[in-house]
Ligand binder design. Structure first.
Ligand code: 5RP
Length: 221
């Protein structure tokens, strides 16, 4: 039976709930798949101690469901972080940041013990890079960073009219065929003016819950 992308997103969000420890603080990602997860989390909110949000939008949606939103600095442990991805490989390396929340997503993911990625099957790829790689940049460094990205073989495009929750801009880098995501992630981290790049390879996901036409498939690393 063919399932729409939205049906797959809802199904993976429902499946993720089974992996949330009772009484824990949950790290919550950003985007349409994460939104389905928030709606599912609301149904079991009495079983968790609260949530840490990866964006202002996510915080707002959690609050609208009367789920307590905690400051990351006041939380000592996040057993599980649940988030979507723009692209993910079988090695559970990802491109994220299509929604522009990559920096806070990377911070919450770094804090969490386990990263569960929830995604519909269109997100699974063999090589990362078809989706333009989002890079959050300090505004005054835009031109310098863009030149450095061209030197790396990319075609950076400014995300027009968009400012991140941290007051920065996003450059979306087209034309990259990312064969070694961990190496590129590190190289990008060394460019002055880049706040965060959207490669999640050094800290990839631990589990992928993938929506398919044959139901949910789980890949563990
Ligand atoms: C936001 C993200 C999202 O996880 C990513 O863009 C996937 O979004 P969606 O679930 O809407 O496809 O990284 O910054």
């Amino acid at each position: 039976m063919t399932q729409t992308q939205d049906e797959q997103k809802r199904e993976v969000a429902q499946a993720a709930i089974q992996h949330i420890p009772i009484g824990s603080i949950v790290g919550v990602g950003t985007g349409s798949t994460a939104n389905y997860f928030i709606d599912e989390l609301a149904k079991v909110k009495h079983k968790i101690d609260g949530a840490v949000a990866s964006s202002d939008d996510t915080a707002q949606r959690l609050k609208s469901h009367h789920i307590q939103v905690l400051e990351l600095n006041n939380v000592s442990e996040i057993p599980v972080y649940v988030d979507g991805a723009d692209e993910i490989t079988e090695h559970l390396h990802m491109i994220k940041g299509g929604g522009g929340a990559l920096t806070r997503e990377k911070i919450v993911a770094a804090t969490a013990k386990k990263f569960i990625c929830i995604a519909d099957q269109s997100k699974l790829v063999s090589v990362l890079g078809e989706f333009p790689l989002p890079i959050e940049v300090i505004p005054m460094a835009r031109s310098y960073v863009a030149r450095e990205l061209v030197r790396l073989g990319g075609h950076p495009v400014l995300r027009e009219g968009f400012t991140t929750d941290n007051g920065n801009i996003i450059l979306d880098v087209h034309g990259l065929k990312i064969l070694n995501p961990a190496e590129l992630e590190m190289d990008l981290n060394h460019i002055t003016g880049i706040v965060t790049n959207g490669l999640f390879a050094k800290r990839g996901a631990n589990m992928l819950i993938l929506g398919t036409n044959n139901g949910v498939r789980i890949i563990n690393i």
